[in-house]
Design a protein around this ligand. Structure first.
Ligand SMILES: Cc1cc2nc3c(=O)[nH]c(=O)nc-3n(C[C@H](O)[C@H](O)[C@H](O)COP(=O)(O)O)c2cc1C
Ligand code: SF4
Length: 437
């Protein structure tokens, strides 16, 4: 019989109560002493309401270097990682499981794009290769500041070791698994993508070589955490690449990369289609007009993008980009299905999953688990509704008003009054009570 959302599932040696996970979303918990409390406040409701697995948002493994966005919680400091015990305990108290997501932004890091951040901190830009021409063009227009230092072969292994050290400490702090930020334009995707990777050592050239960074990171993590702890990664395919970019990671290469990663020992894969850029392709939906217009955030946009004119130009480019990346239900399902036919580890599908019935149809066909992202901002206890009610659907409208304020250092919350009113109505009707333990 085909599984449904409420059927148990195994990843590596771990059994999860059901097939619903909260996808990683930037929590904006920062690094003040109350960071762990903020993470508990943000993530506990998902476990409390029954989600089988919580994927924490990306945590950078190297100090101030490699941070993709403001407000991230670094997993470079052993004391900070140890303090996450309160978070992992809170999730476990509800019978849930939690994976941390380890990351490095490479050319997507704030030292490259965030004007105020790079003026405040002097950080060497560690990258896979020299920046490709579209990024150099963006620099010429004043949107980026590039001073890229491609990693030497030795430094690539050192970076892999940093992932291994962070993973070992995270597992000591109670995390049940490790999820690599293998896509969303981070450094893993930059190794994999011919758009970024121009290396001539063992990490560049053929697909086999471009996958190698994932392999050495996997081995560095295994050395620290052993064979039992699940290690999972996102796998990109750059099918949303603009027509004017010729070199990119094709779907077929994405499928082959996934096969290699399963062979290398990853316990589950999360195939995602996107572009080589950090754009609307990973958050398909509407252009967030309301959030751009919000007076409270304007100063933050200007600080991030380098003044009022550039902030307006980023807004315009984002509006154009959003037109080509409108919402599409379950937009990664076909890629997931193709990967699932070729690997024998669980495949996790995320992106535009909104209705319980569709989730049930995809399970056992395109994927083995389904991830839901933005709708958890709108309904922190969403899992209760989805798991208990066949035919249910999320209230999130994919307007993206929760996304762009994060560039200005604002927290990730639903900012759409009509959606919040609907959540209030559901709350009053007891729709989220089912998961109470
Ligand atoms: C504000 C925001 C932050 C995100 N942060 C991460 C992240 O840290 N790591 C990651 O792998 N994906 C991240 N994503 C992508 C989500 O995990 C998810 O793939 C995407 O939102 C599509 O799923 P959805 O349609 O259910 O929201 C983020 C998405 C959003 C909207
Ligand atoms: S602002 Fe609210 S409704 Fe809009 S995408 Fe974000 S969570 Fe969904």
């Amino acid at each position: 019989m085909s599984p449904t959302l409420d059927s148990p599932v195994g990843i590596g040696g771990l059994t999860l109560d059901n097939r619903l996970y909260r996808a990683p979303l930037l929590e904006h918990a920062g690094e003040d002493p109350d960071a762990t409390d903020r993470l508990v406040a943000e993530l506990e409701p998902a476990a409390e309401s029954g989600a089988g697995l919580v994927m924490q948002g990306a945590t950078p493994v190297r100090g101030r270097e490699g941070r993709a966005a403001p407000g991230m919680t670094g997993f470079d400091d052993p004391n900070r990682i140890a303090s996450m015990r309160a978070l992992t305990d809170a999730i476990h108290d509800h019978g849930g499981r939690i994976f941390c997501q380890l990351a490095h932004g490479g050319l997507r890091s704030m030292e490259v794009w965030h004007r105020a951040y790079r003026e405040e901190h002097e950080i060497v830009q560690r990258t896979v290769s020299a920046p490709p021409w579209p990024l150099r063009a963006a620099e010429a227009l004043g949107f980026l500041s590039l001073d890229a230092r491609p990693l030497s072969t030795r430094e690539v292994y050192d970076l892999a070791e940093d992932f291994g050290v962070a993973a070992e400490r995270a597992v000591d702090a109670g995390y049940d698994g490790v999820h690599l930020a293998g896509a969303t334009m981070g450094i893993f995707q930059q190794f994999l993508s011919p758009f970024y990777n121009d290396r001539d050592d063992e990490f560049g050239g053929s697909l086999r070589n471009r996958v190698r960074f994932f392999e050495v990171v996997h081995d560095a993590i295994r050395d620290g955490v052993g064979a039992e702890v699940p290690v999972v990664t996102k796998v990109p395919a750059e099918t949303r690449t603009p027509w004017w970019i010729r070199e990119h990671l094709t779907l077929e290469e994405g499928v082959r990369a996934a096969e290699r990663l399963a062979d290398a020992g990853y316990d589950a894969l999360v195939p995602v289609t996107e572009s080589p850029f950090w754009d609307h392709s990973i958050i398909r939906g509407a252009f967030p007009e309301r959030a751009w217009d919000d007076e409270r955030f304007v100063e933050g946009y200007e600080a991030a993008f380098g003044g009022p004119l550039r902030a307006r130009l980023v807004r315009l480019a984002s509006r154009i980009d959003a037109r080509g990346n409108g919402f599409e239900p379950a937009w990664n399902a076909d890629f997931c299905r193709q990967v699932r036919r070729r690997v024998d580890v669980p495949v996790l599908c995320v992106g535009g999953l909104r209705e319980r019935d569709r989730m049930d149809r995809l399970l056992g066909d395109a994927c083995d688990m389904v991830g839901v992202g933005r709708p958890f901002y709108a309904e922190p206890r969403l899992a209760a509704r989805l798991l208990s009610t066949p035919g249910s659907a999320v209230v999130c409208e994919n307007c993206n008003n929760c996304v762009v304020p994060q560039a200005a250092g604002e927290v990730g919350v639903c900012r759409t009054p009509e959606v919040l009113r609907e959540r209030g109505r559901l709350e009053k009707a007891g729709a989220y009570d089912a998961g109470e333990d």
